[in-house]
Design a protein around this ligand. Sequence first.
Ligand code: MG
Ligand code: ZN
Length: 226
Amino acid sequence: MIRVIDVREEILLENRETAEAIRRRLRKAGAFLVNIMGSPGAGKTSLLLRLIPELGKTLKPAVIEGDVDSTIDAEAVSGAGAQAVQIRTGGFCHLDAAMVSRALDELDPEKFDLIFVENIGNLICPAEHDIGAFLNIVLLSVPEGQDKPWKYPGVFRKADGVVIGKIDYPDFAAFDLAALRERLEFLHPGVEVFPLSARTGEGITGLCEWIQDRRRRAGEPGRQIQ
Ligand code: MG
Ligand code: ZN
């Protein structure tokens, strides 16, 4: 008889416990963690380059950059005025809670109000790994096509907010936004949808207001983010 050791559930359970510890730590520090997920090239870094100066007017932001190999994005966001820490996974295709916990040790969350995580460009396994965020955002850009929430339901099920990026692309005219919204609402009732363009800046204000509002609500009685 062959003994089979099933490690998947065990690993995910351990990850969830670490993620809960991160949320406890960040509540005490008063830092709000936002996880940004999306395909490679969707425009996660470009979105951050818009969000940092806008939200940075009232909040102190930091960014944890996840990348398989390189520090290009971390250099870009630190140029925009956010302190950045790079997690270089060396091949792993997602971030997990332990990696984010390590990055938080480097940052010292007490110093920040808002910490963005740019997850690895991938629509599959980041969905399975809770990283201790208070808010999960998925970025779907117009050139990728609108079928992603049908092909990769898992990551959209986890999304509190979905950003439809690059709406300045001509293909946006062919998007059936009503059908897309219906699909997203089916996957996660109450999800917020933000069509925007990081290039022109259109729609950025609405997303910033929503992030600020969610941060304030996380700080209501019983919780400790202010
Ligand atoms: Mg990037
Ligand atoms: Zn992965």
